[in-house]
Design a protein around this ligand. Structure first.
Ligand code: CAA
Length: 258
């Protein structure tokens, strides 16, 4: 598919999606979010793709929702179009793992998009923030909810109320990102992590995504019960037999996603 606001490159089981509105620091407009939803759905359907990496430029992962697109909208327009609701719901339905590789600004909707991925690898140049308060609004793609669950109430309130930015070191120390790497190595590190994921059984990696995300939607007892059933169900797969046999035989597993 031909896209105008993103670049998609597929290799070795990985779909690398690069946000590409350099003149607007990758601000998220309806076209970009629509194309992104199309691209991740295409990767999710593909038999060849096993992991997705989402990244931006050196200067910005994404500097937020496109303020110029939103500025003149009325409540009725926002509500009737369910602004960004449909696109983000499509993104969240993707079942394969998605890694966010973030350098530079990840602000507002950009920070929220990174948090909608399964984990975030940050360059040491990354800056996260929810500055919507400076525009007289609040986060609108899950920021108040996801950030609060990821970093706790106090820091989330601080970020949303003051609109300040958090650097990569702070983001790692509070658990927003999984690791910080030198900016020059960001793409390689993210692709290497994706490559490791792509080597596993897709059935198991999809089960991890489904089950970890369940932790945010249910009680501890229900989540543990769900995990137990998912764990047990993987014993219906050939990949479980292959994975355990390969360990016992001291050889690399040959997963076939069956
Ligand atoms: N929307 C539209 N355009 C944006 C943008 C955004 N969110 N962020 C940057 N741009 C544009 C700028 O307008 C500028 O374009 P022009 O050259 O045509 O003026 C271009 O990108 C480069 O930006 P700057 O010149 O401002 O670059 P800078 O290095 O001086 O500053 C910045 C970088 C601090 C990120 C600054 O651009 C900025 O503050 N951006 C807005 C951040 C923001 O408020 N994000 C939240 C948006 S609201 C939201 O996201 C709601 C939601 O949750 C759904």
């Amino acid at each position: 598919m031909a896209y105008e606001t993103i670049i998609v490159e597929n290799s070795d089981g990985i779909a690398l999606i690069t946000l590409n509105r350099p003149d607007a620091l990758n601000a998220l407009n309806s076209q970009l979010l629509g194309e992104l939803a199309d691209a991740v759905e295409e990767a999710d359907r593909s038999d060849k793709i096993r992991c997705i990496v989402l990244t931006g430029s050196e200067k910005a992962f994404a500097a937020g929702a496109d303020i110029k697109e939103m500025a003149d909208k009325s409540f009725v327009e926002m509500y009737r179009s369910n602004f960004f609701g449909a696109e983000s719901d499509r993104f969240l339905r993707v079942r394969k793992p998605i890694i966010a590789a973030v350098a530079g600004y990840a602000l507002g909707g950009g920070c929220e998009l990174a948090m909608m991925c399964d984990f975030i690898i940050a360059a040491d140049t990354a800056k996260f923030g929810q500055p919507e308060i400076n525009l007289g609004v609040i986060a609108g793609i899950g920021g108040t909810q996801r950030m609060t669950r990821f970093v706790g109430k106090s820091k989330s309130m601080d970020m949303h109320l003051t609109g300040r930015f958090m650097n990569a070191e702070e983001a790692e120390s509070c658990g927003l990102v999984s690791r910080v790497v030198p900016a020059k190595k960001l793409r390689d590190e993210a692709m290497s992590a994706a490559g490791k994921i792509a080597e596993k059984s897709l059935l198991a990696t999809m089960a991890v995504k489904d089950t970890v995300n369940r932790a945010y939607e249910t009680t501890l007892a229900e989540g543990i019960n769900y995990e137990r059933r998912m764990f047990q169900s993987l014993f219906a797969t050939e990949d479980q037999a292959e994975g355990m046999a390969s360990y016992i035989d001291k050889r690399e597993p040959q997963f076939r996603d069956k």
